[in-house]
Design a protein around this ligand. Structure first.
Ligand SMILES: C[S@@+](CC[C@H](N)C(=O)[O-])C[C@H]1O[C@@H](n2cnc3c(N)ncnc32)[C@H](O)[C@@H]1O
Length: 275
């Protein structure tokens, strides 16, 4: 089967998809030539900055696994993963169900190819729902009747925004989306979030990265500073060390640890609704 044979109907393989680029960073095979070319450009830009895009993507997956495990061990049984990405190893439902039997997961993504793969993989798991949705409209996701059918929204749930918010380039819109999500979380609910970190990138490096993502399905990308990322947790009780480099986030890491923010590439945190 050639690569062209693998292109699902309705997908333009010549437009790089942020989901398939991430799959490429992670060493997956669900990507096409245009995705690999764009991803290689990002890998090169990262390398010049002393960052390794592949390691950062793997570190981000590691954080996702640790955070879901901690929440499942704490008794959380409902997860809404927005910007879920292509299925890979140790997907959210697998980690959640391993550490919290009976966990139910809703995967949401705005990339149709993610939905095709997710539905094929998950077809036999009644505890998992995969649906199309846009992070820019969190109410449309949370008010979708399929979500209310799949989860008990009167009980606490965790919302996962892992390596997705930076695809909303407008700062005000990104802040508004997360504020709305915090409002929609129930007492006992959690926000799990990781985000591309601006670090000490020069203006030229930032522009180079942005120009690669401008021509992708997301249409843009914004790395952000510590204060902006930490503000996404406003009003939440931080779990673990607070907002730290993604590879350093563990439930028992200290907030006072010495973290190398500059090299981290992505910052991450977990917050719980107070009360
Ligand atoms: C870098 S991947 C992250 C996948 C997974 N959350 C992880 O961290 O391993 C980003 C995912 O977010 C999706 N995405 C980007 N913008 C989105 C939006 N506005 N609404 C929903 N999903 C979006 C992409 O299609 C892609 O699958």
């Amino acid at each position: 089967m050639t690569e062209a044979d693998r292109v699902p109907a309705g997908i333009n393989p010549n437009v790089p998809s942020v989901a398939r680029m991430y799959d490429y960073y992670l060493g997956g095979r669900d990507n096409f030539a245009a995705d690999r070319e764009a991803a290689e450009k990002m890998i090169e830009i990262g390398r010049k900055m002393g960052n390794e895009a592949r390691q950062i993507a793997l570190a981000n997956r590691g954080f996702l696994g640790r955070a879901v495990r901690m929440l499942a061990e704490a008794g959380v049984r409902q997860f809404i993963d927005i910007g879920a990405g292509l299925p890979t190893q140790d997907n959210v439902h697998q980690v959640a169900q391993r550490h919290g039997p009976g966990s139910r997961v809703v995967y949401v993504d705005n990339d149709p190819i993610v939905l095709t793969h997710a539905r094929a993989l998950l077809a036999r798991d009644p505890d998992v729902l995969a649906m199309e949705g846009d992070l820019k409209d969190p109410d449309a996701i949370l008010d979708d009747p399929r979500v209310a059918e799949h989860l008990d929204l009167s009980q606490p749930y965790a919302i996962l925004l892992v390596a997705v918010l930076h695809f909303i380039p407008d700062n005000g819109e990104a802040a508004h989306v997360v504020a709305r999500i915090r409002e929609r979380l129930r007492p006992g609910g959690y926000l799990v979030l990781s985000h591309l970190y601006a670090g000490n990138a020069t203006v030229d490096e930032t522009i180079a990265g942005q120009s690669v993502y401008k021509s992708t399905t997301s249409g843009g990308l914004a790395s952000r500073g510590y204060d902006e990322i930490a503000a996404y947790f406003d009003g939440l009780h931080p779990l673990g060390p607070g907002v730290v480099p993604v590879s350093d986030w563990t439930p028992d890491a200290s907030p006072d640890g010495s973290y190398d923010f500059v090299k981290s590439g992505i910052l991450a945190g977990v917050g719980r609704i107070r009360g």
